[in-house]
Structures are given as C-alpha cells and as structure tokens.
Design a protein around this ligand. Sequence first.
Ligand code: TYD
Length: 212
Amino acid sequence: MGRFVVLEGPDGSGKSTQMRLLAQSLQRSGVEPVTTREPGGTQTGDAIRDLMFGPSALPMTPLTQLFLMNAARTELVREVIRPALSQDRLVLSDRYWYSSLAYQSAGDGVDPDVTRSVCRLATDGLEPDLVLLFDMNPEDALTRKANQALNVLDRRPSDFHARARLAYLQMARQEPDRWLAIDASLPINQVAEQVLETVQRLIGAPVTEVGV
Ligand code: TYD
C-alpha cells in the first residue's frame, strides 16, 4: 500500500506552490508522486469544478456544494487515489474532505455529522496518512491571491474564513499523529523544508535538501 498525503489550508496559503516544490524535490530523489487536487482531478470532477467555479457558475446552497464536492471526490478516490495507492505510489492531494468540514460546515453551517457521513460515503472511509495544514491569517492569505481571479468561495466574508481556520486548527489538535500544522506565513523555502522533511520521514526516504 502506498502513502496518501493531503495539503489543506486557506486560499492563498501557498498549498499549490508547496505541492509543486515538494513534487520536484521528491522527483529529484527518485520518488515520482501522483499529484491531484480537489475539486477536480478526473474528467467528471473537472466538469463539476467548472459547474461550481466556471464563468457560468450558478448560485447554490452549502448542502449542494457539499454534495457536488463529494461527487467529484468519489470519482477522484475511485479513479485516481485508490488505484495509485494499490500500486504503492505516493499520492499528494491539494485538499480532501477536511475542506468540506472547514468550508461547508464551519464556514457555512452544514451539520458536521452530515458532512462527515457524506465524506465517508464518498470515499469509503479512505483516510490520509498525513495532513499538512498551511496555517495563516486567512485575510493575509487572500491578499497574496490579490492578483489572481478569486472564485465564489474565496469571496466570502472574513468571519467565514476565520471559522474555517479555527476548524482546521481544531482538527489538527484532535489528530496530532496525522496532522502537522505549519506556519505558512514563513518564507517559502523554510516552509518547503519542513514539508519535504516530514514527507521523507513518512515514506522512509533519506532526508535531502529542497532543490528549487
Ligand atoms: P481553488 O481555486 O482550487 O482554491 P485553492 O487553490 O485555495 O484550493 O478552489 C477550491 C475552492 O473550493 C476553495 O475555495 C475551497 C473550496 N472547497 C470547499 O469549499 N469544499 C471542499 O470540499 C473543497 C475540496 C474545496
């Protein structure tokens, strides 16, 4: 069985950049990870992403968002993540079901028990080995994204993002063996070093330096 690593955190916290740096460093040391992101990562998932965030996105309730995110997630787990894990691969995913708990539940009020049940159903209970939380003040994170187009979920009031952050930190505290919270406001290379070291330890690879 391979290893499954999830990157979580607010929009603009640098998750995607860190995932790219991590993948590059691992490749240099001979490990070829399977990288993916949510929502998306499959044809159906990308179509759902378009429906939610594309130019003709329609308004929808948080419960509809929960269902759509999890429809995309079902496809991703079945088509990409499980097959890769059964081939002993290392899977890196930009977001997983913790985003549903942070955004749809803590942010938008969907009962967390409902969210947990839907996510379990969607994934058949597949849990990651490691969750890397890129923690920082969500408003500072969003300013980093100022030059990029913000999607409908990014454009939420600041208390929405504050609740999502607290939910992430609480999840990290509840499962300290699975989660590592990283201060994402640190310089990019310092964050990348922590990420690489943690993942190399998880997969039992010798610890090497980040190569950009
Ligand atoms: P994206 O542009 O990929 O943002 P990011 O780079 O920050 O991941 O958009 C994904 C958005 O979807 C992001 O605002 C978080 C949100 N989201 C949820 O609300 N629930 C979920 O279950 C997932 C996976 C994402």
